[in-house]
Design a protein around this ligand. Structure first.
Ligand code: FE2
Length: 247
């Protein structure tokens, strides 16, 4: 009997969502997967956690990853061919993770954006300081009928001494997407603590894996075998919109 419970406690918990909107599995276009075979391996690992639909989010960052249709289309084609070769029928499309910078301003002005379904858009702050025009940008996006989602708010350390800023931003219509890797402790204790606080305050709208590489998948594999992961999924399943916002 004891052994039965012991082995049962090591069973991985399934994710409480099946659509991932934040991962770097488009091959060779950013700091994520380097090739289609690695991407397909990562996707198979995501499927083992319960992911059934992937909307990948290659970086679009000025000077660093200035992705365009010319870079993304052939990479997606290579990925789909590899998945087909393996007989894997999972739905994989892409939008992008837009750094708030001048390139983003230009793409927005040109109406040249890879949106998530239903006019959602995934944006990220710089890591050193909050963009000076963030309030205005959220407003401008909304005026265009867009629904901005801030990637990993728990990773911007400049908010840690100003936790009320999270509520202000969220109240202004900026949805929050925390990283599964933050809950797993991959970045550090502070990121994990803030992610949990955002969860407890009901400020989390979406979770993304933010998966870049196999070591990230190893961390998530380990995390999903903890009782903490089970508790997190129980809290989150009540209000997470991953599986409802993009249909
Ligand atoms: Fe990311």
């Amino acid at each position: 009997m004891f052994d039965f419970f012991k082995s049962k406690s090591k069973e991985p918990v399934e994710l409480c969502f099946s659509t991932d909107i934040h991962c770097h599995i488009v091959p060779g276009v950013d700091d994520g997967s380097p090739d289609a075979s690695t991407s397909a391996d990562l996707i198979e690992r995501m499927q083992s956690w319960g992911i059934r639909r992937i909307i990948a989010s290659p970086h679009v960052t000025q000077y660093v990853f200035e992705n365009t249709e010319e870079t993304i289309s052939p990479a997606m084609k290579a990925l789909h061919e590899e998945l087909e070769r393996r007989g894997n029928e999972i739905e994989v499309t892409h939008s992008a993770e837009y750094r708030i910078d001048e390139l983003f301003a230009q793409r927005l002005a040109d109406d040249d954006l890879w949106l998530l379904p239903n006019r959602h858009i995934l944006i990220e702050n710089a890591f050193m300081q909050e963009p000076w025009n963030l309030n205005q940008l959220v407003f401008d996006l909304q005026v265009r009928g867009l629904k901005p989602i801030l990637a990993h708010p728990e990773r911007y350390m400049y908010y840690y001494g100003h936790l009320d800023r999270y509520k202000t931003l969220h109240d202004s219509g900026l949805a929050f997407q925390i990283n599964l890797l933050s809950l797993a402790g991959a970045y550090g204790k502070a990121e994990k603590k803030i992610a949990q606080q955002l969860m407890d305050k009901g400020l989390v709208d979406f979770i993304g894996t933010d998966l870049h590489k196999a070591s990230h998948a190893d961390t998530i594999d380990k995390y999903l075998r903890t009782s903490e992961a089970r508790k997190h999924m129980d809290v989150l399943k009540a209000y997470l919109k991953n599986d409802t916002a993009f249909v």
